[in-house]
Ligand binder design. Structure first.
Ligand SMILES: [Zn+2]
Length: 72
């Protein structure tokens, strides 16, 4: 006798927000400028900029925007 599979109710489908990768590309004339990408994951995985820090959501790599900022 086969095991009874308990079927759970279907989860309601929710639309997830898109990664908005297109917003990381900017075309200026013939040039395509890209946002900073992750040095670990390589180009294609962009770093998000928050409060002067760059952060990779994939490998959790983080980098400070101003590395060698001079202090007065
Ligand atoms: Zn990464």
């Amino acid at each position: 006798m086969a095991k009874k599979v308990v079927k759970k109710g279907k989860k309601p489908h929710k639309n997830k927000p898109t990664s908005k990768k297109y917003s990381k590309y900017k075309i200026e004339g013939d040039k395509i400028t890209r946002e900073r990408f992750c040095p670990r994951c390589g180009p294609g995985v962009f770093l998000t900029n928050s409060k002067g820090r760059f952060y990779c959501g994939k490998c959790h790599y983080s980098e400070f925007e101003s590395k060698a900022e001079k202090k007065d």
